[in-house]
Design a protein. Structure first.
Length: 295
């Protein structure tokens, strides 16, 4: 009756040989193409380095004023602007300014990259049910795969550093951007699309002037979720060399520094709240504008 209590599985030696074959194949691929793949991401590394230098070397009052101005332009709400400024002042007062700017630069680059990749994929999915059926299972895997697993192939290909961490963060954070872009475009009212066709709009004009503006609030929700997931990945990405608020948290876990971990963890929460409030307020403004213009 052992077969009832022990699930039948592949022979241990065959399973070991299969795992070894896959590992050897990936190592061979890494040795053969690792340098080429690494050079392909050099522009991305330069973008990240320059954005980090811009935020860390710019005087803090200018950075603070710039963030407050962005918050005002996005939200038109003095409460949100005051909250953003107060949060950043508290972070700086507790000597976490430099790490925070490094984290903000990482999130900025990740968000730009996610938008540049995610929106075209989402648009393509909205136009093809077949492509949507192919991409959705891939997105399911990306969203459910444990975040630590992303680090293994990236580190084997590119080693330790900022770019591998950036790629891991983007892979983890991009699915909401793709899904909500696809959803937003698919939810555009068919009557509106028929009206645009009646006025002789081309496929590009319909996308640019009708579908994208109407789907923008949903796309903004995707950007918001992408930012939140990227921030959630910051601490894990610090294990492979991503600088910022994640490294002190990792150091606090390793050495059991309670205060260090709590302070930097709260700083990550503060940055997440700032991004969340600004992007949500901007999305709500877009929604109100759409309701006024289109009734």
């Amino acid at each position: 009756m052992e077969w009832l209590t022990r699930f039948p599985h592949m022979d241990d030696s065959r399973l070991r040989d299969l795992k070894k074959m896959i590992d050897d194949g990936f190592r061979s691929f890494t040795r053969a193409y690792g340098d080429c793949i690494e050079s392909f991401f050099d522009p991305l590394q330069l973008f990240l380095i320059h954005s980090e230098r811009l935020l860390t070397r710019t005087p803090w009052p200018i950075v603070l004023i710039a963030i407050a101005l962005i918050a005002w332009l996005a939200s038109r709400n003095w409460k949100i602007v005051t909250g953003c400024v107060a949060t950043l002042l508290a972070i700086g007062y507790f000597d976490m300014w430099d790490d925070t700017m490094k984290t903000v630069s990482m999130i900025f680059v990740c968000t730009v990259l996610s938008i540049a990749i995610g929106i075209p994929i989402g648009i393509a999915m909205s136009r093809s049910d077949r492509l949507q059926n192919i991409v959705n299972p891939v997105l399911d895997v990306m969203q459910t795969m444990p975040s630590f697993v992303y680090l293994i192939p990236v580190v084997m290909l590119l080693g330790i550093g900022k770019v591998p961490g950036l790629i891991a963060v983007v892979i983890y954070a991009i699915p909401p951007m793709i899904r909500l872009t696809n959803l937003g475009i698919r939810l555009v009212d068919r009557d509106v699309l028929e009206a645009s066709d009646a006025f002789g709009s081309s496929s590009w004009q319909r996308l640019k002037d009708v579908q994208m503006p109407l789907a923008l609030p949903t796309i903004m929700a995707g950007i918001n979720q992408t930012i939140m997931m990227a921030l959630a990945m910051v601490v894990i990405a610090s294990m492979i060399g991503v600088q910022g608020l994640g490294q002190p948290v990792l150091r606090a876990i390793s050495n059991q520094y309670f205060t260090l971990g709590i302070f930097n963890g709260l700083a990550i929460v503060g940055i997440a709240i700032i991004f969340d409030r600004i992007s949500q307020a901007y999305g709500q403004r877009l929604q109100r504008h759409r309701e006024i213009v289109h009734g």
